[in-house]
Ligand binder design. Sequence first.
Ligand SMILES: [Zn+2]
Length: 411
Amino acid sequence: MSEAIKLFIEDARAVSIEEAAKIMRLTFKRTGVEHPQPCPHCFGTDTFSFNTKKEKWNCRAGGIGGNDAIGMAAHCEGLDLKSREGLLEACSIVLDQDIPDEGERESDEDRAARKKRLEERRLQNDADAAARADSQAEFREKERAKARGIYEAAAPVGRHGRPVADYLEARGCGQIGAAQWLRYASDLPYWHGQDERGRPLELYSGPAMVAPFIGPDLVAIGCHITWLDLKRPPKYRPQLSDSDTGELLPTKKMRGSKKGGLIPLFGDPSVKRWVGGEGIENGAAFAAWEGFREDTFYFAAGDLGNLAGPADPSSRFAHPTLKKPDAKGVARPVTIAGPRPKPDQDGDDAMWVADHVRELVLLADGDSERVMTAAAMARARARHARPGRIIPIVWPRAGYDFSRMAVETGE
Ligand SMILES: [Zn+2]
């Protein structure tokens, strides 16, 4: 091997994953060090990824990966590193230089044929990905429009929509009077399962409380539905079950998008004090207990995930007491999503909080598992922390939520 070729290979070995990825025009995510995307060679969705910090690349579709730019280039371009030609071509790609003259290289025809093959696959892949993204975006937009439709067709609570006010009062949320955000649908269908032609089946229809999920522009991206049955204490919701399995069904549903949005309950988001937690009843009960403060916006996140956002995997920990059997039947501690937020999150990985908020009071659920909830609340606080903002976490009595506390205190 000539000195020039040896140097050429040495130089190529020194190229970082990041430099090579730029030369190869791979896709970089806007933030972060992990860059998932379709494999240029095997295609698929997010099958391929490189990490500029760990100096690693990986293809799930090809079942291959490594920690060098040459290997990454060889996989993406379909080159065989065991052959001298393949190795030199891969070096040439990551260096963005021609192979020095002494080197053997693939013939011009072979090279042209390989390029053409890859180009065709690339075009096909782009077209597939674009079609997938279009149909996903279309589906999401349709679902959002349906959700907005359900919300807009419902009546504001005031002179109308008394069952919503009665329901909230029965759940310990005081007398709300009129509500700007919460609405009432007198007869909303509950879809469950499909008929033999694949069409959705209407299992039940009845009165429901409808709340919007709104984004920072206050436009509804989804809606939250709670079916009501004022004759069924203590939760005042109908009992719905699957007609085949008898399994009890949830009486709350979300339509459209939830991720990144929030459910407004009372007040105006322009104020500096926000109070809320996971559920509507809990937030409303706390609002009633505070006397629906004028200076406060009350909200619900819909669920704990949307309140706290995803956890940093390295902050996972073993539950101090809870155990569950593994595949071999040995009891192992349950793993809990940790208190630290995942780095490099997207804006809509959890609900939004307006920048002007100075006091964000987070309401914990006392009737959910304590350790898991505590970790999630700590994560929510870390995620929403800003200079000049205080974030107290309020806990109800153990085993209770604020709604049940209010109901029992009232009796
Ligand atoms: Zn691949």
